[in-house]
Write a protein that binds this ligand. Structure first.
Ligand code: OGA
Ligand code: NI
Length: 336
């Protein structure tokens, strides 16, 4: 194959937009269940509408996110990510796909985790610890805005969890139960992307990765950037944009859902490509309780379909994946 053909193929492979299913959360009839099932088999990416998060709550979250990122670096560094993975993460500090990235992700972020009450015996567990917050004199109402969005996003994810359980032939409350989602490790992440990506040079907004949890609910400011690759082994890989749809949120399943469903439901690889425009997004990552064991569901295995993934404790899996991303970054720094 000559160079020209390769280039055309690469270009062709990234301009298409993905046609994803739209699930109406206000209308849980059997038809939407079967659409959801199909979407989970196909890519694990879909839209949800009628999610009940008001425009006001959504707009405020984006406005306050922009207010935070507009602060001087010095102010942002006062809430630098702590050992419990909460707080500010500067540009380039993650490198999820070191084989293809020559720099860290062109994004800065802010992690807001779940908090359990101080009198809970697990309150200081690694993923439950209290959040740092920007100074309320600098950003009045910021914490309240983010706590409200966090709460709303969790509500939406729990509604989706019910549909996913039904789609997997389990009781509707299988995931949305005290043992699984009573004290979920749910993380709101504010993101601000900047710059221009160039995959041929290894420069990305976010390098290719799959999300590791149960599901992710993504709100964006409408700037195109998110891409998915349904078949990571295809050569060349085919990347499709996931455009934003007014009023809809994007949902993608993570690795834990792939494990529960024995690979039936997909945790699809995705990345963010930037075109010199600022881009803001707010993903909300849902993982179950700290001690929850993630293992193949009884409805997803048989004698001829044995569990493909080892059972693992939720917090152990998250710790492993966090360490990978940061180890990638450390080894990248060493070689740079
Ligand atoms: C992520 C992610 C997509 C986006 O943070 O894991 O894939 O649109 N984000 O910001
Ligand atoms: Ni992701």
């Amino acid at each position: 194959m000559n160079e020209m053909e390769t280039k055309t193929q690469v270009e062709d492979s990234i301009i298409q937009e993905s046609l994803l299913t739209c699930i109406d959360l206000a209308n849980s009839d059997h038809q939407s269940e079967s659409f959801l099932f199909q979407a989970c088999l196909d890519s694990g990416f879909f839209y949800v509408i009628n999610h009940g998060i008001s425009e006001e709550v959504m707009d405020k979250a984006f406005e306050q996110s922009k207010n935070f990122f507009a602060l001087p670096l010095e102010e942002k560094m006062k809430v630098l990510k702590n050992e419990k993975h909460r707080g500010y993460t500067p540009f380039y500090d993650q490198i999820p796909d070191p084989e293809n990235q020559v720099q860290g992700d062109h994004k800065e972020g802010y992690y807001i985790g779940s908090e359990v009450p101080r009198d809970d015996p697990q309150w200081d567990y690694p993923f439950y610890g209290p959040n740092p917050w920007p100074d309320p004199d600098v950003l009045p109402g910021w914490r309240e805005t983010m706590e409200k969005y966090h709460q709303e996003a969790l509500r939406v994810c729990k509604a989706i969890a019910k549909l996913l359980a039904l789609a997997l032939d389990m009781d509707a409350d299988y995931f949305d139960s005290p043992e699984m989602l009573g004290k979920p490790i749910s993380t709101l992440r504010l993101l601000h992307y900047e710059g221009k990506s160039d995959p041929s040079k290894g420069i990305y907004g976010t390098g290719a990765h799959s999300d590791y949890g149960m599901m992710t609910l993504i709100a964006t400011d409408g700037v195109l950037g998110l891409q998915i690759c349904k078949d990571r082994n295809a050569k060349p890989q085919k990347w499709e944009y996931v455009p934003s749809i007014e009023g809809a949120l994007v949902v993608n399943l993570g690795d834990m859902m792939q494990c529960w469903s024995n690979g039936l439901f997909r945790s699809t690889m995705h990345r963010v490509i930037l075109n010199d425009q600022n881009r803001y997004s707010i993903p909300f990552f849902l993982e179950p309780n700290h001690d929850c064991i993630i293992e193949c569901l009884p409805t997803c295995q048989s004698e001829s379909n044995l569990p493909k993934y080892p059972a693992i404790k939720c917090s152990t899996y998250i710790t492993q994946r966090y360490e990978e991303v940061h180890a990638n970054f450390r080894s990248y720094q060493k070689h740079a």
